[in-house]
Design a protein around this ligand. Structure first.
Ligand code: GLA
Length: 408
């Protein structure tokens, strides 16, 4: 699938080629540290076709890597000093390996230094090394597109390659776990494993069906087999924040609700009367009814979507996207005015399906559209945001990109 340049909305954020990102981050490294890095690694942000708020309870998710990425230039040091610099507005951070741990450093450096800590914690590497790390990124921050996972994964891949740690798919699954630990423990955001897994394990042109119960993946072709369709990411420019507590509260409810049902019912393939299961499982716990209904219906939508994707019928996934959005909005309560507005405008302008993606409470929408309609849909979304007095959305290319990689 591709969006021809004539049908691309004019305001599409252009992906930056790996080479240009690498040059940019190498220059930042040299400026900051007065030496050359040992290499440059790039890891992508992600979108998610379907399977939201189910990764941390062992559900299946269907994310894909975006052509927007974070690049890191890295040099491992012989001492224990860690220095992080960024081409963005973020402050540089300098510390020692011993300074890094749960809650420190706070801010963006927690993601980079946190990965070094987590790799040592899980014994993927013998000890936490000192390192100089420069960062640049084209993944919009706070847009629900996993800019933090992209940073973690780029650092993890760099350290793994420089330390002789396996980076085949099995090795990358381990690195994804290490990155999630960095985010959960050092940064303190209780996220699941979806974002790091897709950033490290995706395949170009494909969506990745990840079974979060056992970590297995299946790559389903999306781009080439659906040439007339386009996936479009709409960044509503209303930032989400995973560490502020909404996500964690939601996760706790979902986990409590899921603990009340059998594993087979949660796998999405078992036929059940969802409402019956919900009624029975949440007797005396009314507040768990809606979270449970979201999970039970979402895993069933994932099951249906995977079947349609395997049959190369992306168009038939459209109604499942819209149903997923309604569930996230009405049952889980993680949508926002901006997200609802973008979804409604896209559907009103002929999108085959649309939904909020990621943790929610702001961020981005994924819309499935006829490739010929991308400009019309984009205009409708812009007009609606303007009429509703909301921030101006931006549009991103959503071709399925490659996983994290070394540039040089
Ligand atoms: C965020 C988290 C993921 C996942 C999604 C919701 O992106 O990082 O682990 O839980 O929210 O599906």
């Amino acid at each position: 699938m591709s969006v021809s340049s004539s049908t691309r909305p004019r305001r599409l954020l252009p992906p930056v080629p790996d080479r240009a990102l690498a040059e940019n981050v190498t220059a930042a490294f040299t400026d900051a540290f007065d030496a050359a890095p040992q290499g440059v690694w790039i890891a992508p942000g992600r979108a998610n076709i379907i399977g939201e708020h189910v990764d941390y309870v062992g559900g299946r998710v269907v994310p894909f890597a975006l052509p927007y990425a974070t690049a890191v230039a890295v040099r491992i040091r012989s001492d224990d000093v860690v220095r992080c610099t960024s081409t963005g507005p973020q402050q540089d951070w300098i510390g020692r390996a011993g300074d890094v741990g749960p809650g420190t450093p706070s801010g963006w450096a927690g993601y980079a230094a946190g990965v070094l800590w987590a790799m040592a914690y899980h014994e993927s590497i013998a000890r936490m090394p000192g390192a100089d790390i420069a960062v640049t990124s084209t993944v919009p921050q706070g847009a629900g597109l996993s800019s933090s996972a992209a940073l973690e994964c780029a650092v993890a891949l760099a350290v793994a390659e420089l330390s002789g740690v396996a980076t085949d798919d099995a090795g990358r699954a381990v690195l994804a776990r290490d990155c999630a630990t960095a985010e959960n423990v050092v940064v303190g955001a209780a996220t699941g494993l979806m974002d790091q897994s897709v950033s490290l394990r995706a395949r170009r042109g494909h969506a990745m069906v990840l079974d979060c119960a056992d970590g297995t993946v299946e790559h389903v072709a999306v781009d080439d087999v659906n040439p007339d369709l386009a996936l479009m990411v709409i960044n509503t420019n209303s930032p989400h924040r995973l560490v502020q507590g909404d996500y964690g509260r939601c996760r706790t409810l979902v986990e409590q609700a899921c603990a009340r049902v059998d594993r087979e019912v949660l796998d999405g393939a078992t036929e059940v009367d969802v409402q019956d299961v919900v009624d029975l499982a949440t007797l005396g716990a009314h507040h768990l009814r809606r979270p449970l209904r979201h999970v039970l219906t979402e895993v069933r939508r994932v099951h249906a979507a995977v079947g349609r994707l395997r049959a190369a019928d992306l168009a038939a996934v459209g109604p499942l996207l819209s149903a997923s959005h309604r569930s996230l909005r009405d049952d889980l309560g993680v949508s926002s005015v901006e997200l609802d507005s973008a979804v409604e405008a896209a559907l009103g302008a002929g999108a085959l399906g649309a939904r909020m993606i990621g943790g929610g409470f702001g961020g981005s929408v994924l819309a499935l559209v006829d490739a010929a309609d991308t400009a019309t849909v984009a205009e409708a979304v812009l007009r609606r945001a303007h009429d509703d007095g909301l921030p101006r959305p931006r549009f991103l290319a959503a071709d399925c990109a490659a996983a994290a990689r070394r540039v040089y």
